[in-house]
Design a protein around this ligand. Structure first.
Ligand code: HEC
Ligand code: HEC
Length: 456
């Protein structure tokens, strides 16, 4: 295992990844070897579970084109991937050229997801069709921060998905060119690598398709795809990068989408106190006698327990957060009926009653599927780092996590299409606090991202 991974993840018991083999676009079934801190936390855990034997043979997620030179495996979220082309100030043609000349910047990356999110390795989407390379991540980074993609040079993706605001925006709705707003809250755009259909209503089938939407949305970046392509093609530093990365096609709107989507896939969040706790939990729920005898029976596994314990102590969950975690995963809280999987989101659509009392409610998924049962259904958002991205819900109508918990406590807002999974919870005040504390403990590390350094 490379040192890179060790230093990021802090402990090694967490490693299991899957291999995307051949050219198949299908995601392979999960690897048999399940190790601590990966699958265990995410599927609701049975308290009687005993820790499984671990298999440290980490097989990274490989790009589909097996003939291409593959670079050494790289941990997504490592700062080096998003640090920009080395140097200061605006990117010069010479710096871009030197960067493009390095073959390692074009080698498809064999990626490893950070601890926690790693349990979603089998969910990884899109990299078979759009190989990840350092050069493509970097091009996408520049485009993400470039206001020149908008009609009046004022708005970039980062305007509404701001790294300082949890990669979302603390306003109720996204604010586009000329101060215009739509009717939906800007969702987060990290951990998209484990996510399929995008937008609250899932209308974009891929991240690539999503990425080009805002450019031509009149109330967001207000541009046309033709003009955006023309602008980008007229910036020599961009033109050069597109030509080397995408060959003769050069600058096209689809290639702009591919580059931005690749950058977004590199924005993954690292382990949270929750993940460190999940890694040690299978041991904590063992009978004390069994744990004691483990020391003699399986010294290797016992060493892993000690490492996981030390890591969890270095990133502690409060007692309240632990109670909140148990409530979140238990049938009584019922949150994992939908907020499940590595990203704590099932990628499905549900009506939980938000905004349904309006005279003309936003019907969400129904507008896309025209399926009656989808009326008022929206895509389950991730709980990872959710404390950083208030306000909440598709309409930004709930300002705090306390307000969200109250929404669930009273059984959502009754309406003819309310999910049957939403029921009155009758939580005690301290249980509400516990749920909020748990969600706060889902906050992990964000990759360091260069925000300037755009082509002149
Ligand atoms: C004016 C604000 C604004 C700008 C600019 C903007 N977005 Fe968004 N973004 C939103 C809103 C609002 C939504 C939700 C819209 C919906 O679901 O109908 C959204 C949705 C998304 C999603 C879907 C996330 C999910 O969970 O489904 C991604 C990814 C995303 N934007 C990335 C981008 C990228 C990349 C750019 C730049 C090309 C961009 N956005 C520009 C406001 C904005
Ligand atoms: C039936 C599925 C379902 C269940 C059960 C559920 N949620 Fe949700 N959750 C959703 C959906 C869907 C949304 C977005 C709804 C919308 O915007 O209209 C959401 C939104 C949220 C948000 C706002 C996130 C954001 O970025 O805006 C939080 C926080 C949240 N849920 C926490 C919880 C907690 C805590 C529980 C358990 C008490 C829970 N959820 C139970 C499906 C569910």
């Amino acid at each position: 295992m490379p040192n890179l991974l060790r230093s990021f993840c802090g402990l090694c018991v967490c490693v299991t990844t899957l291999t995307l083999t051949g050219c198949s676009k299908e995601v392979p079934p999960p690897a048999k070897s399940v190790s601590l801190g990966s699958s265990a936390p995410i599927e609701a855990t049975d308290p009687t579970d005993t820790p499984a034997k671990t298999d440290d043979s980490a097989a990274p997620v490989k790009p589909a084109d097996s003939n291409a030179t593959v670079s050494a495996e790289v941990l997504l979220g490592s700062p080096e991937l998003t640090a920009g082309i080395p140097g200061d100030g605006p990117l010069t043609a010479e710096q871009i050229q030197a960067w493009l000349e390095k073959p390692e910047n074009h080698a498809p990356l064999e990626i490893v997801l950070p601890m926690g999110l790693m349990a979603g390795s089998k969910q990884v989407q899109g990299i078979a069709d759009n190989l990840m390379t350092r050069a493509k991540i970097e091009l996408g980074r520049q485009l993400y921060y470039d206001t020149r993609l908008s009609a009046d040079n004022t708005i970039s993706c980062a305007s509404c998905h701001d790294p300082d605001e949890g990669f979302a925006k603390h306003t109720q709705f996204g604010v586009g060119i000329k101060g215009q707003t739509g009717g939906r809250n800007a969702p987060v755009c990290y951990n998209r690598i484990v996510s399929g259909a995008q937008f609250w209503d899932g209308r974009a089938p891929t991240l690539e398709a999503q990425a080009v939407g805002p450019i031509a949305n009149p109330i967001e970046m207000g541009n046309t795809h033709e003009k955006a392509v023309e602008t980008v093609a007229n910036i020599a530093g961009y033109e050069m990068q597109f030509r080397v990365i995408f060959g003769d096609e050069g600058v096209t709107i689809d290639n702009i989408g591919r580059a931005i989507a690749t950058f977004e896939r590199a924005i993954v969040t690292g382990p949270a106190p929750f993940d460190y706790y999940e890694a040690v939990r299978p041991f904590l729920v063992m009978k004390p006698d069994d744990l004691a005898s483990l020391k003699d029976d399986d010294a290797e596994l016992y060493a892993k327990y000690e490492a996981a314990k030390a890591a969890a102590e270095a990133h502690p969950m409060s007692a309240s957060a632990i109670r909140g975690r148990d409530l979140f995963f238990a049938e009584r809280g019922g949150c994992t009926a939908c907020h499940v999987g590595a990203n704590l989101a099932d990628e499905k659509f549900h009506n939980i009653g938000v905004g349904m009392v309006a005279e003309k409610p936003d019907l969400g998924r129904f507008e896309i599927s025209k399926d009656e049962k989808d009326k008022g259904a929206f895509k389950t958002p991730t709980i990872r780092n959710v404390a950083l991205s208030a306000p909440y819900m598709h309409d930004g109508s709930q300002k705090t996590l306390e307000e969200v918990v109250e929404h669930y406590n009273k059984g959502g807002v009754p309406n003819s299409h309310l999910s049957t999974k939403i029921k009155k919870l009758d939580l005690k005040p301290e249980e509400k606090t516990d749920l909020v504390e748990f969600m706060k403990a889902c906050t992990g590390e964000f990759p360091k991202i260069e925000r300037g350094r755009l082509p002149e």
